[in-house]
Write a protein that binds this ligand. Structure first.
Ligand code: PHE
Length: 345
């Protein structure tokens, strides 16, 4: 065999590797050229017949051919393997992945429903920032420096007398500082307390504040009828409300507001812990001291404590969502588990 023949044989063998369709065809090429009875061992055996002058060059080319052929075979065999695996992984008979439709989060749902109900009573929605001043969150709300909620163990303090608001009540102050009566607002939003998370507590939760201030008299009876209307719209026509005496620094008198249990209708069950009532909100008549603080912040006397009347209330949004939808653990509202969240779709 001449050097030229050797080169053309090499080119032919590499073309066969390229043309082979699958692993079996590649194996046939390998056996034909590199197998024990293959062409390359035969050529090597016949090296002695090659003229002595050409022999070193001939030997070099045979070795180069073997190396090139082995490399080409190796690459193709690996490629055929992956293609096969890819083919096996794609099962065209499997059903496709459907994008699952989202659902409104229970917290958003309660906020939106509440806004719609109060809109029918003439309340608009106001907004306030999560980062508040000590003045808006505490001082103007008649909360003295020694009050436990001011403590660093109860409140997330930031620098410069700022904090993550512990309640939505500071929006009352913001509204009154910028507007004169009449005011009818609700203000939903996030609130923060240093609570350890458990089934009913979270360091970050939501409240909906309400504020009604007017120069015409408004009383605890108006507050009660407003909240009774809300209870019925939110929880069903049979829902009732009850007020229990309580204390908040910024309302006087203050009450805690219970809704009658919508599950048992007031007879007593597990949801209401056998009492027939579920605690929902804090409320009361705006304390005259709050108006005094507001006037000081405004620099005028727009809120004459003897001539303005007002009530305020604050709901826990998660609390309403849990009661309304029968959610036993507040953490479910924050885990983003679509198996839970999609149930309200
Ligand atoms: N801000 C009070 C709380 O977080 C609730 C409240 C709001 C009470 C408005 C009275 C009036 O507990």
């Amino acid at each position: 065999m001449t050097l030229a023949e050797l080169d053309s044989q090499q080119a032919g063998s590499l073309a066969e590797v390229t043309a082979a369709a699958d692993a079996a065809a590649l194996e046939q090429v390998r056996v034909r050229y590199l197998g024990r009875n293959g062409l390359l061992p035969a050529i090597i055996k016949q090296m002695k017949d090659v003229p002595a002058a050409e022999r070193p060059e001939f030997g070099k080319r045979v070795q180069a051919w073997r190396a090139a052929l082995e490399r080409a075979l190796g690459e193709r065999v690996a490629g055929v393997g992956t293609a096969k695996k890819e083919q096996a992984a794609f099962d065209c008979t499997l059903p496709g992945r459907w994008p699952s439709p989202g659902a409104k989060h229970p917290v958003s749902r309660v906020i939106e429903e509440t806004a719609a109900i109060f809109a029918r009573l003439g309340f608009t929605v106001a907004d306030g920032p999560d980062i508040e001043t000590r003045f808006n969150n505490f001082t103007a709300l008649n909360t003295p420096a020694h009050h436990p909620s001011m403590d660093a163990s109860d409140t997330f303090w930031l620098t410069g007398d700022r904090l993550l608001r512990t309640q939505t009540s500071p929006v009352q102050i913001r509204m009154m500082t910028c507007h004169t009566p009449p005011i009818r607002i609700i203000t939903p939003g996030r609130t923060y307390r240093r609570d350890t998370t458990d089934a009913t507590h979270s360091a970050n939760f939501h409240q909906i504040e309400g504020l009604y201030v007017d120069t015409k008299p408004v009383s605890l009876a108006d507050l009660k009828s407003t909240l009774a209307y809300y209870a019925q719209e939110m929880m069903g026509a049979k829902a009732g409300v009850r007020f229990r005496p309580h204390f908040f620094p910024f309302t006087e008198p203050s009450v805690e507001v219970d809704f009658s249990c919508h599950v048992c209708g007031g007879k007593g069950c597990r949801v209401c812990k056998m009492s027939g009532w579920i605690e929902i909100a804090g409320a009361g008549m705006v304390d005259p001291r709050v108006y005094e603080h507001v006037n000081r912040a405004r620099g005028d006397q727009a809120y004459d404590p003897a001539a303005v009347y007002g009530y305020a209330f604050g709901f826990g949004v998660e609390r309403i969502a849990m009661v309304k939808y029968g959610i036993p653990d507040i953490r479910w509202l924050y885990e983003n588990d679509t198996r839970f969240l999609s149930q309200l779709a």
